[in-house]
Unconditional design. Structure first.
Length: 226
């Protein structure tokens, strides 16, 4: 097809970009932005969410016909894997689409994805970067996935989801990544949240952002973030 590696690829991360389109539609009065956002959210529901409530990281489509080609991977371990941060993007992204559209299917999906995510956690609470790692792969923890999931769970609570498991896990996730194992308070550090990259230990700017958002939400600062 003479494309670059990503030209025909959609990724689950893009759900977090849709609030910009919902906002643009409201500000301009042009429904096309809203319609594009809804079409993308619906596409993600159809192709990214698996029957067992795990999530594809990526999906490819034929650029000429728009027909689906099949699932792929760009950040998780493999095509069939279960990338923890991608799942957190999906939970938060679908919750946000519900907030802007009122679509119950988005909220229901976010809720189911959240419970499936929680079922993958172990006593460390902070998720490994991919829930389907082979036994010979080092299970690096992704603190940024924990931060994003914390924000997603906060959004579900705000939208009226009363689920003790989600509320308890939100608190456990945020408390854990605020401990010394995951916070770097040294002046030499490039950021705050350690072990926030994914498949390797390291600093992530997005991890710091979502940690700050989560803490601010818990302290009652700000009503709308996206």
């Amino acid at each position: 097809m003479n494309t670059t590696e990503q030209d025909n690829m959609a990724i689950i991360d893009c759900l977090m970009n849709l609030p910009l389109l919902y906002w643009a539609s409201k500000e301009t009065g042009d429904a096309k932005y809203y319609d594009i956002a809804v079409q993308h959210a619906d596409m993600c529901l159809k192709y990214f969410v698996r029957p067992d409530w795990s999530v594809n990281h990526a999906y490819r489509f034929d650029l000429q016909t728009g027909q689906p080609i099949g699932p792929d991977n760009y950040c998780g371990h493999s095509k069939d894997s279960y990338w923890s941060r991608g799942t957190a993007w999906a939970i938060y992204g679908f919750a946000l689409s519900h907030r802007y559209t009122g679509g119950k299917q988005y909220l229901d999906t976010a809720h189911q994805l959240a419970r499936a995510f929680i079922n993958q956690l172990d006593s460390e609470i902070v998720p490994v970067w991919d829930f389907r790692l082979p036994k010979n792969v080092t299970p690096v923890r992704d603190a940024s996935a924990a931060a994003v999931a914390g924000c997603a769970f906060q959004e579900l609570e705000k939208l009226g989801i009363e689920d003790p498991l989600i509320s308890q896990t939100k608190t456990a996730l945020l408390n854990r990544i605020c401990e010394n194992d995951y916070l770097d308070a040294t002046q030499e550090s490039r950021g705050v949240l350690k072990n926030g990259y994914g498949d390797r230990a390291g600093f992530s700017s997005w991890g710091d952002y979502y940690l700050m958002e989560a803490v601010s939400r818990e302290l009652g600062h700000g009503e709308t973030w996206w």
